[in-house]
Design a protein around this ligand. Structure first.
Ligand code: DGJ
Length: 725
């Protein structure tokens, strides 16, 4: 619900309010972001406590004090010397701006963010237009809220109303200032095989800048940042989350100023960004999903999960049952033929798997990582008769068929590269840096995207394919496109990601019944930008049952379990060489869209029976896992125990998975408190054959079972009566 009157704005979503006002000089400033308030409180904020602020809100010369004022669109070159949101270089070289309120409108629905993933609908939007006193640039700040979601979504549009082109050297999506609070800052850092580890540090003076400069959102830092009050934990306390709906190079920065003020700001990375905005053109920035929680980090995660399911994931897939699949990558790597694959498919069907996915190596001259990318036609010397015999075999077994592509890449040793050596991102005269022996196609060029669309489409059209895994195994480098003029080279990284979005949009629209999974060398592009097209993403190449629990824990901070593709793989694990019981691997993989990534034919009969049982059990709780509310109960980063519960929205069911790392001597009488249930209702814990109230399960908890190293357990909890009295 949005309220606007006399230069005051109040946006109320589920459980929070965001308030702003226009001061006497026309500056748009933030009044409040936190627990819910009502419209009449705006006068209290402005005329009440606003009078005793320094400077008072009615001071006619507040601009002199702008350094420290909570600005909604901070600009460069005046009194506010903290991070600006927008910098635009004009034809005379001037950059200074002074953005002043011009107009606003309120409408039902969401803004269109041209060419980029964005909120899908519903809600109400406030669009406030500010004009630059010193140039013909206008900025429209969009704010969307929904009554049933506790996030505010922000972005901005920059319009060049002048006769000359301007160069945007920074075009961030949002700014969110806090006047007097002390925070810790959380980020999700990592690397290949260890994505999204939460790290919290005190926000100290100066700038904490989280960024990717790699052209993709990256394994290293996720496009997410949280500000956390010192007393905030998983279940209680206040925190704020900031997440970009963007898959390219980004920045999220938190700045603690000298007056105790905190500014969070972010969007497309401004390093090497220079966008030429011609007269009459409009530039759209990616959306930021901003969340306030007074139920600790858990509340923030649930708010993000609800939002992503409601507004990001394609509606067709959001509540659809996910395929339980077997993927041949770790079973065969590049070394396969029909004789090797058929038995895996046969075994998959016997064990209850739904879909067989053929990974890398089926196309072109792809016998290893050095050749074939870009040649999206079947390697018939490997797969005699093309894909048909394998697909037929799957069908005879009642299995669906999925296929791997890496659409954005090309190998030097490929027909595509030989035909179009200029289609790569590179600068002639510079030896392009190779990663995994491959080069990046220049997706800023429409003809390259169109060519890949046609060649990938041909494969999907001509074969019975129900699932596509879209991989991306290297970062961008050189950042130069022979197709762009010199004064537009700074647009390449953003244009590249716009090309990726265009291809994803075209393919998912052309094949609406095909299920797409995202992947980037594991979880190197796990963000809401990609989730807009692909309902789930391969979380990490690290499937070790212990490390994976940590990766899924970190990922769950701002993404739903339904977004995580989680597989059981062979032991010793191919990444860590650790041996973890099959039961634990299955339990951890059940906390997401599950599958198998191993040679099923090599399992013993006992293991096969265990896998069949895992799949049967998974199919009883998959709906809960994919749609329920997540409660993180014990952190593997802070203790030897990992434990998570998924609770149905109506609080009648819960599924809990726990895992112990190394057993410790005399580590007895540990308990896990079960959050998320209804205190006054009675529940039965299946595995323990115990009944207790939700209140008792929360306050007294359940005892951690004895397990060996890397052992695990599950608790299935079900409501049995409506009252505990
Ligand atoms: C990286 C992915 O994360 C793996 O699952 C696999 O698809 C390989 N690429 C194939 O090259």
């Amino acid at each position: 619900m949005i309220y606007a009157q006399n230069g005051k704005f109040l946006l109320n979503g589920k459980g929070f309010s965001y308030a702003m006002f226009i001061d006497g000089q026309g500056f748009l400033q933030k009044l409040h972001f936190g627990g819910q308030i009502i419209p009449s409180d705006l006068d209290f904020l402005i005329c009440g406590i606003g009078k005793i602020q320094e400077p008072p809100f009615d001071n006619p010369n507040r601009e002199s004090y702008l350094d420290g004022m909570p600005a909604e669109c901070p600009f460069f070159g005046r009194i506010d010397t903290c991070e600006p949101m927008i910098t635009a270089v004009r034809s005379d070289g001037a950059v200074v701006s002074r953005f002043i309120y011009s107009s606003h409108k309120i409408y039902d629905g969401v803004p269109n963010v041209k060419g980029m993933p964005c909120a899908r609908g519903g809600g109400q939007t406030l669009a406030i237009t500010l004009k630059d006193n010193f140039s013909p640039i206008e900025v429209t700040l969009n704010y969307t809220v929904w009554d049933d979601l506790n996030v505010v979504v922000k972005n901005c549009e920059i319009f060049n109303g002048g006769g000359d082109s301007v160069f945007l050297t920074r075009a961030f999506s949002f700014c969110c200032d806090f006047t007097d609070e002390r925070f810790d800052v959380m980020r999700l850092w990592g690397d290949w095989g260890k994505e999204r580890s939460p790290e919290i540090s005190p926000l100290s003076h100066g700038i904490t800048r989280l960024q990717s400069t790699r052209g993709v959102s990256s394994h290293q830092i996720n496009p997410f940042l949280a500000l956390i009050k010192p007393d905030c934990d998983e279940n209680v306390g206040e925190c704020y989350g900031f997440q970009l709906v963007y898959s390219g190079s980004f920045v999220l920065s938190a700045e603690l100023g000298n007056k105790g003020q905190t500014r969070v700001i972010g969007g497309i990375n401004d390093l090497n960004f220079r966008w030429k905005l011609d007269s009459g053109e409009r530039f759209f920035t990616p959306q930021a999903i901003i969340c306030y929680s007074n139920e600790g980090l858990g509340g923030m995660s649930r708010a993000y999960a609800d939002y992503i399911r409601a507004q990001i994931v394609r509606p067709k897939w959001v509540n659809a049952r996910r395929p339980v699949l077997v993927n041949n990558w770790e079973a065969t790597y590049f070394d396969f033929n029909n004789e090797r694959l058929f038995p895996i498919a046969d075994e998959a069907a016997r064990l209850g798997i739904d879909t067989f996915v053929l990974d890398d190596g089926w196309f072109g001259k792809r016998d290893g990582a050095a050749s074939g990318l870009g040649d999206w036609y079947v390697n018939t010397s490997k797969l005699k008769g093309g894909l048909k015999p394998l697909i037929d075999r799957c069908k005879q077994n009642g299995l669906k068929f999925g296929l791997w592509f890496e659409p954005e890449m090309v190998s030097r040793d490929s027909d595509l590269f030989r035909a179009h050596p200029d289609w790569i991102i590179s600068k002639s005269g510079y030896e392009p840096a190779l990663q995994r022996n491959q080069l990046v196609l220049d997706f800023s060029r429409a003809e390259v995207v169109d060519y890949i669309f046609n060649s990938v489409s041909d494969v999907i059209k001509n074969n019975d394919i129900s699932y596509v895994k879209w991989d991306m195994n290297r970062y961008l480098s050189e950042f130069y496109s022979p197709a762009l003029p010199a004064d537009r080279q700074g647009e390449l990284a953003h244009r590249y990601i716009l090309g990726v979005y265009r291809l994803a949009d075209m393919l998912t629209n052309a094949f609406p019944d095909v299920f797409f999974e995202g992947c980037a060398s594991g979880g190197g592009r796990f963000d809401t930008g990609m989730l807009y097209y692909f309902p789930q993403i391969w979380t990490s190449d690290d499937t070790d049952g212990y490390e994976r629990a940590k990766i899924q824990w970190g990922t769950s901070l701002c993404y739903p379990l339904s977004a995580m593709s989680c597989h059981v793989s062979a032991c010793p694990n191919h990444q860590t060489e650790r041996v973890v019981p099959l039961g634990t691997r299955g339990n951890i993989a059940s906390l997401g869209a599950t599958g198998y990534e191993l040679d099923l034919t090599k399992l013993s009969n006992e293991e096969k029976a265990q896998v069949a049982e895992q799949i049967t059990e998974y199919k009883k709780i998959d709906d809960l896992v994919l749609r329920g509310d997540l409660y993180r109960l014990s952190s593997p980063f802070d203790s030897p125990i990992f434990c998570m519960a998924v609770v149905s929205k109506d609080k009648t069911l819960a599924y809990v998975v726990g895992e112990r790392a190394l057993t410790l001597p005399r580590d007895v009488n540990r308990i896990i408190r079960i959050y998320g249930l209804d205190d006054g209702k009675m529940y039965r814990v299946r595995e323990l054959n115990l009944t207790a109230s939700g209140g008792a399960l929360k306050t007294a908890g359940l005892p951690v079972p004895k397990t060996g190293d890397f052992g695990s357990w599950t608790w299935h909890i079900e409501q049995i009566t409506t009252t505990g009295k």
